[in-house]
Design a protein around this ligand. Sequence first.
Ligand code: NAP
Length: 334
Amino acid sequence: MSTTATEIRLASRPTGRPTPENFSIVDTELPSPAPGEVLVRNLFISVDPYMRGRMSAAKSYVEPYEVGKAMLGGAIGEVLESTVDELRPGDTVLHGLGWRSHAVVDAQRVSKVDPDAAPVTTYLGVLGMTGLTAYAGLLEVAEFRSDDTVFVSGAAGAVGSVVGQLAKLKGAKRVVGSAGSSAKVKHLIDDLGFDAAFNYKDAPVAEQLAAAAPDGIDVYFDNVGGEHLEAAIESAKPHARFAVCGMISLYNATEPPAAPRNLTKIVGKRLTIRGFLVGDHFDLQKQFIAEVAPLVRDGKLRYEETIVEGLRNAPQAFLDLLDGANTGKMLVRV
Ligand code: NAP
């Protein structure tokens, strides 16, 4: 067995858009597990937009990453050494010490997954955190009802692609998505069954949304914020519900956003606009898996993954995620 491990550390905090210099790749000695811990060889790690927030020192709902220390994030791996009875070498586990080749993890903080029930990568995506985010946000936060017209931004990404397909499967009248390339727009319509989609880079979002949903929208699932949120307020029907999941257009911003400029319309339209965090909805986990795993298995809910090869390419994979290089879930094969 190799005696070295590799980890990605936060080298410095970015201002605005992060660069490769904000990361360092460090080879270390293979750690050993103490009693109550397991040694895991990571197979895949997740890179996610929220990690941009953790690179900053600003107070938020999660602790900032520490400069000079390995970064954290979702990972799926194989147990190499165990000091507890419940986990054996060879077990496949999900845990929170990504951004490294090997991790010593408190056995209480890993979940064993069945690698034969679904491809292991799905536990980081469609059947994992991003899938649950879509499920909870659409059904519980936005209180989706069949016959709703739904607009989702970031629609070709990990969360957005599940939101749009779930809404269709559950009887939405119309599902509209926005994404950042013509290939993604085609994918939404041809592969994922969206009724309409547009490239937000082609023309103002408000114009394109009004054309795609001429009768207005009942639900907006926001992954982007800014101009998209303004457009959704403009197209919202009275009593529309917004699930605000993320605002990726602002994560690298160094100035306050120029939009939305139409917040007064929230009053007249009696809009409900709710931010949410997936961590507040873990009670739905069982229901989510019971409902969504069969849809995925039967090919009724499709998922894409963009897999970058090699841990040393993880910083670039993360930067590319922020630039929209991914379709579906962005992962790194360690
Ligand atoms: P993702 O959508 O798979 O990847 C991010 C995508 O954002 C990129 O592919 C890119 O696609 C798009 N993007 C980047 N800059 C943009 C901009 N300026 N304007 C519009 N789109 C832009 O990532 P994800 O993991 O599914 O996350 C989606 C959103 O959900 C993020 O806002 C994230 O922070 C949020 N989230 C929230 C929770 C929660 O608990 N609230 C949990 C998970 C994720 P294009 O090519 O289309 O630009």
